[in-house]
Design a protein around this ligand. Structure first.
Ligand code: ATP
Ligand code: MG
Length: 575
């Protein structure tokens, strides 16, 4: 590609609307332009990268026996209502105003609707179906350019199996394809187990890329054997144990003490572990006449609640509102605790660190009063224990072998064992070998195309620009002619350009006249093609051209008549 004919509008300045490196660099290197919030136009240079990502994804999906589809973005409301997801998605789904249609944010429903009349016998199974297609999500906070857009490309795949063992096999095939894809794209990644949120289903893993710009907080062990989303992460945490003093539980006055820190200050104690933090939650009943479930959760005063761990156990759980607190516990937030509930039907769950602990201090369910010497074993009959705390930076892994650190990460892919959630809702069944009807067992597997490119940049840039590599480099060679209009430099460079292309390289040839060498070099570093070749008057005097490796900045001179023989060898070094 000749630069003079190419639309590659690079920017010198950092655009004011961008803060994270990949967004800034995608704008500056002329890959994308924003049309409106969360919606981007892909310019030729950006499109080249996204197409490369797609190529890798397509090859790996085909390698596991995936069949490629292309489904419409528009789909009828009824289909989404059948699985209940029209409601679940709420405002996050784009609705068409003058038709009963939505712009699909994902395609479980549509794929299942194709499976239903077609995958009717065990003989038709298993299947892996996929597409690379545009998704629409009304993200409340689009950010980071294409990292979180309202319109984006996704490779979404779905597996259809007759048995749960079959699902395990399909799931592992997709997981392997994902590992291959991310390696070929040049990403340093890891996987975490995650809970499936709105998708439903049991098992799911996220593929993560560590990056400052990431929105997810993950916990990684120093021996790299454990990684988890903070939401569900576990660590080694010591039980605070019993003192067995047998002191009686007593109320004491704590005027205007609302928080654990205030309480610790009031009592002049520094170790807050025996100050039990209490929070009241409500799990709304799904059955009309049944009462909601009230849960009082307790953690040590020096720990934080993990609402997501509770939510994993009790779907739909939410914190009680102030008026509900008064109604159920008889006190405001700062004064509730596990004893003396006004309303007795409260399930009490404490964190594992508090298992059978005594001499605890907590709210008295009476404003401005606390209780001391609470013995969970003696005073709270029916108490249950579960892991309820959020892991902290620097804690030990559950086995105690390694240390945990907290990091920010970008989710680039997500694989789910859906089970029968969608097939059941849409009544997609097959006949087994005995002629018996069974529900099809499904998995779903998504990858963000642009997000891979953005995550790659987050891990591969320097002060001058992007550093492409892997298989997603938009070009392999950036040939720069440093010429005046009249000299033969451009002719030599032009010949080299044709020959490199003949050898199968993708070459961007900066043949622009009237552009200073300095600007050309800056552009080359900014757009980050892995190998730069510079043809200049100075070097030509010795029949040499200069080679620069973008990643290391290393430069070398090479005889012009040797370049074509050596280029393959040189290029291998980059990979
Ligand atoms: P997130 O938690 O980041 O919103 P998600 O869990 O909603 O992601 P999935 O529905 O599992 O994502 O979609 C599969 C993949 O699609 C994600 O792993 C991600 O790479 C990509 N993706 C999801 N939402 C967006 C978006 N708004 N913009 C760009 N890529 C996205
Ligand atoms: Mg999302």
């Amino acid at each position: 590609m000749k630069f003079s004919q190419y639309f590659l509008p690079t920017l010198k300045e950092v655009p004011s609307d961008a803060v994270i490196p990949s967004h800034i660099l995608m704008l500056r290197s002329g890959m994308i332009r924003q049309l409106t919030a969360g919606v981007y136009s892909y310019l030729p240079f950006g499109l080249r990268v996204f197409r490369k990502v797609e190529k890798v994804v397509r090859e790996e999906m085909n390698a596991i026996g995936g069949s490629e589809f292309h489904l419409p973005a528009l789909s009828p409301n009824e289909l989404w209502a059948e699985t209940g997801r029209l409601e679940d998605y709420g405002d996050d789904i784009f609705r068409i105003k003058n038709r009963d249609l939505v712009l699909a944010p994902t395609h479980e429903e549509v794929f299942t609707s194709i499976a239903k009349p077609n995958l009717i016998s065990y003989k038709n199974l298993p299947q892996i179906w996929y597409q690379i297609q545009t998704k629409f999500r009304n993200e409340p906070r689009p950010r980071g350019g294409v990292l979180r857009g309202r319109q984006f490309l996704m490779k979404d795949a779905y597996s259809f199996d007759a048995t749960w063992e079959g699902l395990d096999v399909s799931y592992e095939k997709n997981a392997q394809a994902y590992r291959n894809i991310f390696i070929r794209c040049g990403l340093k990644f890891f996987t975490v187990s995650a809970f499936s949120g709105a998708m439903g289903g049991s098992e799911s893993e996220e593929f993560m890329v560590e990056a400052e710009a990431g929105e997810d907080t993950v916990v990684i062990s120093s021996d790299n054997k454990y990684a988890s989303n903070l939401e569900v992460a576990v660590s080694f945490s010591e039980n605070i144990g019993r003192k067995n003093t047998g002191l009686t539980c007593e109320e004491f006055h704590t005027p205007n003490i609302k928080s654990i820190d205030e309480l610790a200050g009031f009592l002049k104690i520094t170790n807050k572990s025996r100050l039990a933090k209490s929070r009241l939650f409500i799990v709304p009943s799904k059955v009309p006449d049944k009462q909601d479930l009230y849960i009082l959760a307790l953690v040590c005063g020096d720990d934080e609640f993990s609402e997501s761990k509770l939510a994993n156990m009790y779907s739909g759980i939410r914190p009680a509102h102030p008026d509900e607190l008064l109604e159920i516990a008889g006190a405001d937030a700062g004064s509730i605790g596990p004893v003396n509930f006004k309303n007795k039907d409260v399930k009490i769950i404490a964190d594992l660190r508090l298992k059978e602990a005594d001499e605890l201090i907590s709210g008295a369910c009476k404003n401005d009063f606390h209780l001391k010497n609470i013995d969970l074993k003696r005073d709270v009959p029916g108490i249950e224990y579960m892991d309820l705390r959020t892991v902290k930076d620097g804690e030990k892994t559950i086995t105690g072998d390694a240390t945990l650190r907290m990091a920010k990460a970008i989710e680039v892919g997500h694989i789910f064992k859906l089970g029968t959630r969608y097939a059941e809702a849409l009544n997609a069944k097959y006949l087994d070998i005995n002629g018996k009807e069974n529900v099809i067992i499904m998995g779903s597997y998504g990858i963000g195309i642009e997000r891979i490119a953005a995550a790659y940049i987050e891990q591969n840039f320097d002060k001058d620009g992007i550093i492409w590599g892997g298989e997603i480099a938009p070009f392999q060679i950036h040939l720069i002619s440093v010429n005046k209009k009249t000299d033969n430099i451009k002719i030599t460079a032009g010949e080299l350009y044709s020959k490199l292309k003949e050898k199968g390289f993708e070459v961007l040839f900066d043949d622009r006249d009237d552009i200073s060498p300095g600007v050309k070099f800056k552009d080359a570093d900014l757009i980050g093609v892995p190998l730069q070749l510079v043809v200049s008057e100075k070097n030509m005097k010795n029949n040499e051209i200069e080679l620069k490796f973008r990643r290391t900045g290393e430069r070398k001179m090479i005889k012009i008549d040797e370049i074509l023989d050596k280029i393959n060898e040189i290029y291998v070094q980059i990979k």
